[in-house]
Design a protein around this ligand. Structure first.
Ligand code: GSH
Length: 237
């Protein structure tokens, strides 16, 4: 059994898609990041960076005590190695999957995250930042579009790289991207979105925060974090 510490965000969706694809037994443990639950001591013990997703595997391969993993890329690699799925055994193919997974983790995700921040959440309009992250989004989409030219999936075969990128591309309207301008991404996106596991992951994700309104203080919880926030949370452990 795998506990998935989850909130319905792009990074949370990545391991949920994996779990749905493989049928591994799991239990969702909602962590309401708008309400500050990511600072609860038990969760921080598993995810010291106070971010979802994280997992706790109750049956790790070494038969030892439950094993936790934080960072969505690490979780995808861990689960892929555990199941032998979606991360080729072939050296060259595996290197490609790693490259594109890290491209998502270090580029697509963080840049689009900043894009959302300055387009949607920032309390003041900062034209330079908006322009910077809109340009970067369009650049990254062109990179992905080029990669998907004549390829069904990012690394030919469906892999954890696709699972990592899809939930971010699913928010394309938020980062002002018209998919029609990136036809290979658009084709891949429709194909991904039609997978039963992906459909099921999004359906389950939608149910998680049903009836849990985003409180007025959510902006402070998410965007007002400093070293002091972390030290306070660490000392409460
Ligand atoms: N690099 C991390 C990023 C995770 C992340 O940014 N999670 C967000 C939700 S998508 C979060 O938990 N935010 C809570 C907070 O900012 O306190 C990963 O890929 O797992």
């Amino acid at each position: 059994m795998i506990d998935l510490f989850f909130w319905p965000t792009p990074n949370g969706l990545k391991p949920l898609i994996f779990l749905k694809e493989t049928g591994l037994a799991y239990q969702l443990k909602p962590i309401d990041i708008n309400a500050g639950e990511q600072f609860q001591p038990t969760f921080l013990g598993i995810s010291p960076n106070n971010r979802i997703p994280a997992i706790l595997d109750h049956a790790p391969a070494d038969s030892g005590k439950p094993l936790s993993v934080f960072e969505s890329g690490a979780i995808l690699i861990y689960l892929a190695e555990k199941t032998g799925r979606f991360f080729s055994d072939d050296l060259r193919q595996r290197v490609r999957v790693l490259e594109w997974l890290m491209w998502q983790m270090g580029g697509l995700g963080p840049m689009l995250g900043q894009n959302h921040h300055f387009n949607i959440y920032a309390p003041e309009k900062v034209p330079y930042a908006v322009q910077r992250y809109n340009q970067e989004a369009s650049r990254l989409y062109a990179v992905l579009d080029g990669r998907l030219n004549n390829r069904a999936f990012i690394c030919d075969e469906y892999s954890i790289a696709d699972m990592a990128c899809y939930p971010w591309v699913a928010r394309h309207e938020r980062h002002q991207i018209d998919l029609a301008a990136f036809p290979n991404v658009q084709r891949w996106f429709s194909q991904m979105g039609a997978r039963p596991a992906v459909v099921s992951a999004y359906e389950e994700a939608e149910r998680v925060n049903e009836g849990r309104a985003v409180t007025a203080g959510a902006g402070n919880v998410l965007f007002g974090q400093t070293a002091e926030t972390i030290r306070r949370a660490q000392n409460a452990e």
